[in-house]
Ligand binder design. Structure first.
Ligand code: NAD
Length: 311
């Protein structure tokens, strides 16, 4: 049987570190160029979450993010805009948040309603407040191997921390296969693994003989959105398996109309073969919000002229 990688525990450790850094920031005060540290001028990390419309899943995500931000001691603001809000109004709000010194992180919850150009809105976020890591500046830095100065998207950043817990920071000599090539998970995940010296293959919907390719992986990351697609015989014995997928499937065994969450990996089968594996729920999921908090406190430290903390 494999080791279960406990995402809730690691996420709680990240949140504890964020809390400690937040109280540190309040104690240290603001360090302005030329002025040095100005005691008494406390810095409180500020996170603004913007949601447009009433998608129930998005509402849950946003509520969780705002709650964790408060728990961390952040200044947490939520802008809930009507589903028919125009693109220009949303861009105006982003402009105001970019200019607000009390805000260090801006998150626009996706998906946005169809009449709004999501790309345009995301790219309007100031890169130094882009705690989701989706602006071209941050994407470019990560692609150029500058992952220590970029804001890295939260889900792959969290997945990477889980891999580090099992395999350490230097993954030299290991083969990694990432299934999925999205901008939010697959591509940044591949770049992070490359930065950690893995030999990386990115697989996707057009990949041939995916099972055989997956079996070459010492580190297998599934970010597809297909329930339990990765079977036990896709997994190399001893591999580290990171299941990013979150899929809700019917669970008639729990009662009529009930559902349950599963990943992209057939957990019961894969756990027989893997060396270590993330469960769903309780694996990558909790890490995403924790890394959002981490990115926001990093942004606040940088804005205050302090060194960038590491996670
Ligand atoms: P996406 O739909 O943007 O990308 C899916 C990728 O999977 C695509 O690149 C596609 O080429 C590939 N794919 C589709 N079918 C395939 C197949 N049959 N074989 C191989 N590859 C295939 O999805 P995403 O945003 O990257 O999310 C992927 C999964 O991760 C979803 O289940 C999503 O809910 C989950 N997710 C979880 C978190 C978290 O916090 N844990 C965050 C983001 C996404």
């Amino acid at each position: 049987m494999s080791t279960v990688i406990d995402g809730r525990k690691t996420a709680a450790e990240v949140v504890e570190k964020v809390k400690a850094l937040t109280s540190d920031l309040a104690a240290k005060g603001f360090s302005a160029p030329g002025l040095g540290v100005v005691p008494g001028l406390a810095v409180v990390p500020g996170l603004a979450v913007v949601i447009v419309g009433e998608d129930p899943a998005s509402q849950v995500y946003v509520a969780n993010k705002s709650r964790t931000a408060k728990e961390c001691g952040f200044h947490s603001v939520q802008h809930t805009l009507a589903a028919d809000t125009g693109e220009a109004d949303l861009l105006k709000l982003i402009g105001e948040l970019n200019a607000d010194p009390a805000i260090h992180g801006i998150l626009v919850q996706l998906p946005l309603p169809g009449h709004i150009d999501s790309g345009k809105v995301i790219q309007a976020i100031a890169p130094e407040k882009d705690v989701d890591g989706f602006t071209y500046v941050n994407v470019g830095k990560l692609g150029a191997g500058e992952s220590t100065t970029a804001f890295v998207p939260c889900t792959p950043a969290g997945s990477m921390l889980l891999i580090e817990r099992v395999r350490g920071r230097d993954l030299s000599g290991l083969n990694a296969v990432v299934i999925g090539r999205s901008n939010i998970v697959g591509k940044p995940m591949a770049n992070l693994l490359l930065a950690a010296n893995c030999t990386v293959t990115v697989a996707h919907s057009r990949t041939k003989d995916l099972a055989a390719l997956a079996r070459t992986a010492d580190i297998l990351v599934a970010a597809v959105g297909r329930p339990e697609m990765v079977k036990g015989d896709w997994v190399k014995p001893g591999a580290t398996v990171i299941d990013v997928g979150i899929n809700r499937i019917p669970a008639p065994e729990k009662g009529e109309g009930k559902t349950r969450l599963v990943g992209d990996v057939d957990y019961a089968q894969a756990a027989e073969v893997a060396g270590a594996i993330t469960p769903v729920p309780g694996g990558v999921g909790p890490m995403t919000i924790a890394m959002l908090m981490a990115n926001t406190v990093v942004s606040a430290c940088l804005a205050a002229g302090l060194a960038r903390p590491e996670f």
